[in-house]
Write a protein that binds this ligand. Structure first.
Ligand code: ADE
Length: 226
């Protein structure tokens, strides 16, 4: 999968792309990522990329021209990709959407900064609008990191069998069961005995019960969507 990211802060994304699931995906050749900076598409000598909002108000707005020029360059390089614009008004990202996006040939991620992007550029870009939650970020870059992590783990060859996304929380619409590792007793707390029993059917049943109980207690809304 090819992923292009339109961002004024590629330096913020670079370390993220070198490590963890994203680093593994790139190293495995499953994913290629490129950043496009609207500042490189702004007019010299000052290369201004933002301006005050028409109608007044606080904050700055990313200008349509350099943003769209960067976006169009990315779209030309990745023509079959699904375009995405990060904004708090978008559809909230969940595991179902992450799985859907993992099926795409490519993604183009438009990160706003400051107040947002001039609406005319947003319209011309034509992206799917995605939020990562009901709070305001100072830019789309953290949202891009979250989306990349959530999406890339669903690409075969990225996680490998040892850590299958099919065993993740949400894989079957439920939160995950609690997990434990050595030692078998920690500060007087033993691991639930079933996990040491070697009885795989019993372990599977226990995990399912725990997942259902945890979901009913903490996120009953998830059960309604099942
Ligand atoms: N940009 C600013 N806030 C955001 C959010 N909550 N999700 C995605 N992009 C954003």
């Amino acid at each position: 999968m090819r992923i292009d990211i339109i961002t004024l802060l590629p330096e913020l994304l670079h370390p993220f792309m070198q490590l963890g699931v994203c680093g593994r995906a790139i190293a495995a050749g499953a994913v290629a990522v490129e950043c496009w900076n609207p500042r490189n598409y702004a007019s010299p000598p000052h290369r201004i990329v933002d301006d005050r909002p028409f109608g007044g108000g606080s904050g700055m707005v990313l200008m349509a021209e350099p943003t769209l020029a960067a976006a169009r360059a990315a779209q030309a390089a990745n023509p079959d990709a699904c375009p995405i614009y990060f904004t708090p008004r978008g559809t909230v990202l969940n595991d179902k959407l992450a799985r859907e996006l993992a099926q795409q040939a490519g993604l183009i991620l438009l990160c706003g900064r400051y107040r947002g992007v001039d609406e005319r550029a947003v319209t011309a870009f034509g992206g799917r609008e995605i939020s990562i939650g009901d709070y305001v970020l100072s830019g789309g870059e953290p949202a891009a990191c979250v989306l990349l992590d959530a999406v890339l783990r669903h690409i075969p060859a990225v996680l490998g069998n040892a850590n299958s996304a099919e065993e993740d929380a949400f894989a079957d619409g439920l939160l995950d069961a609690p997990c434990y590792t050595r030692p078998a007793v920690f500060e007087d707390q033993p691991v639930p005995p079933v996990l040491l029993s070697g009885d795989h059917a019993a372990i599977k049943k226990w995990r399912r019960q725990q997942a259902e109980q945890m979901t009913a207690q903490r996120r009953p809304d998830l059960l309604k969507n099942k």
